[in-house]
Design a protein around this ligand. Sequence first.
Ligand code: SF4
Ligand code: SF4
Length: 405
Amino acid sequence: MQTSLPEAFTATGEGRRAEAILRSCVHCGFCNATCPTYQLLGDELDGPRGRIYLIKDMLEQERVDPVAVQHLDRCLTCRSCETTCPSGVAYGELVEIGRNYQEARQPRGLIERLQRRWLLSVVPYPRVFARWAALGRLAGPFLPRRLRKQLPARPVRRPPPEEVANPVRIVLLLDGCAQRLSTPEVNDSLVELLAALGIRTLRVPEAGCCGALALHLGAASQARTAMASVLDSLSAHLEEVDAVISTASGCGVTLKDYGRLLADERESAAQAAAFADKVMDVGELLASLDARWRRALPVERIAVHVPCTLQHGQRRGDLPAKLLEQAGYSLVPVADGHLCCGSAGSYAVLQPELAERLGENKVAALTNGEPELIVTANVGCQVHLGALTKVPVRHWIELLAPEPG
Ligand code: SF4
Ligand code: SF4
């Protein structure tokens, strides 16, 4: 694709990246076939190729068109298009540049501003989010059923296992923000699982949100502040740990990208790159161990929903099924596994109708084989799907136990 971006923009790091990405697209349109919003809405501008043109136009004309904003807002950032693209177009990075550009120049209407401000000032802060969740539970009978089912319950924490003496490995587990409140049992059960394997887990409660939410909302400066704060709170521990892990694939994909995201920050670029080198998805850690697995729960038939951030972002979508099969579960077939469930960070709040349609399609695909349980690898998908089906939805690592010996 030919481009003529303004020189002042191509003199910046973002500008050069945008130009390189745009030029790598040959506008073949293969990506449209696997784009969830193109499939749902059938509009070229709601597919990746159309959005790439909209971003190109916005950057070249130095003008933010409200129509472009609407179509970019409908993008889930699921990156299914990246997996399909034969030319390796880094769409996720391009849309991030486009959103930063757009948010810095075009003020939104009052309702949208309030929604976004609420998301950015509540969700990344577990204490604040907990107060809103408590209010929501009080108002429960007056809330729509789907919203009521998404409210975090009062967290029930398990006591931590005894500290592992002479550990075979030490890992640093990030508790994140929303997950800490919505599904704290996931990380508690991982700590027990790792302890049984002789692995010591460090947790650093003051390390908060990884910045993913702000990044997806085009709030570049808040995202950088969150990332710097994570690095600050973990820097004292980095030397002693073998890996940094997250059980939320949405956080994992961002943490692995810290090197790129902070490459222009003179003071923290090297630290961010060293940190990102140590980040692993929990599945990568478990698959790297010399362990045999058995079933931790008395169920057999499982449907696996692989979050986009694991399959398209981290390209490790194979891991949950592989380990669950090793443990002896029977996995039911799930059609269109590459499609997003509609959760997509804050998407379910900002685009509720599309998110619900995508979620219902996903639930139909997941339950077609009549599983006893649905499993996934990200808190957002778990909560979103859990509100749309009566089949229990859990994190896949809760189903694993190590074989003794
Ligand atoms: S598949 Fe890749 S090269 Fe083809 S239009 Fe989509 S992004 Fe561009
Ligand atoms: S990120 Fe997902 S929703 Fe957005 S254009 Fe690509 S495939 Fe479509």
